[in-house]
Design a protein around this ligand. Structure first.
Ligand SMILES: C[S@@+](CC[C@H](N)C(=O)[O-])C[C@H]1O[C@@H](n2cnc3c(N)ncnc32)[C@H](O)[C@@H]1O
Length: 258
């Protein structure tokens, strides 16, 4: 290779590397692709819900919650996401969560719902992982993560004062029957398997269970290269439902019409 060709090759290599780094930076920190936005419209939390409008001295006390930070937590919500979910839980009588994992979010949701509130949480126990049924569209990484996260059958809320507010359900969400919950749930948090066929299934079931005026949150809307199932299903759902991506989080939200 001539010296000129070698210089051109090095320059091309450097430009491609720079573009890839810039793309990664934009996806991680700006929640955008290199040359375009992600599909679902990004809105600030106070544009989505008025209780988050800052007052002259800072955040409204309407959003005050019982809180434990994310340091040391695994596969769970960020501090900002926890704050948002728990502030909404304050006005929810019935919350449904797909995917309990350690039960940290379940615990905080239970702490923040009203005294008469209930949190129903569905998860796949380690004894049931054989009932997990993958589909062709599912990305291998999403399936692997779902099975690796199905390791708990004792939870963060177990033996706590709020444990009586939690109804723990075990089983594969594709086999979950929504009949007892139809249009009865005020707030739903979808955070189970991120595989496409499961996000599709969980979303369909959430839409059946949500009360008019209720709210659904999905976790892990992280762009085209991570948790691909969540990204694909939500982008497709956004063609028929008014979904918003809460800026600075991986949450997508939907308010069911009254
Ligand atoms: C990301 S973790 C949930 C984190 C939890 N919501 C939190 O905030 O700490 C995913 C959970 O989904 C559960 N899961 C995975 N596949 C499932 C399935 N097919 N049916 C029900 N739950 C499933 C896993 O067992 C795990 O508990």
């Amino acid at each position: 290779m001539s010296c000129k060709n070698a210089i051109i090759a090095i320059l091309v290599f450097m430009v491609v590397g720079l573009l890839l780094t810039l793309n990664r930076y934009k996806q991680l920190f700006r929640q955008e692709n290199l040359l375009s936005s992600w599909v679902i419209q990004k809105v600030k939390i106070d544009e989505f819900d008025v209780r988050f409008k800052p007052e002259s001295q800072g955040p409204s006390k309407e959003t005050e919650i019982s809180f434990i930070g994310s340091f040391g937590a695994h596969s769970s919500t960020s501090d900002f996401e926890t704050w948002i979910l728990c502030a909404f839980a304050k006005s929810a009588q019935k919350v449904f969560e797909f995917g309990t994992f350690t039960g940290k979010t379940t615990y905080l949701l239970a702490k923040n719902t009203p005294e008469s509130g209930k949190v129903i949480t569905l998860t796949l126990s380690p004894e049931e992982i054989d009932s997990y049924t993958k589909s062709k569209a599912d990305h291998e990484d999403d399936t692997k993560a779902a099975l690796q996260e199905s390791i708990f059958n004792k939870f963060y809320y177990s033996n706590e004062v709020v444990a009586h507010k939690v109804e723990q359900l075990f089983g594969d969400s594709k086999k979950f029957d929504t009949t007892p919950y139809l249009k009865k749930i005020d707030m739903i948090f979808i955070d189970g398997s991120r595989a496409e066929s499961y996000v599709e299934n969980d979303s369909k079931k959430a839409l059946e269970m949500i009360k008019p005026g209720g709210i659904i949150f999905w976790h892990d809307y992280r762009g085209p290269n991570r948790a691909r199932g969540v990204y694909n299903v939500l982008n497709s759902l956004s063609k028929t439902l008014k979904l918003v991506h809460i800026a600075g989080t991986s949450l997508v939200a939907y308010r069911a019409p009254n």
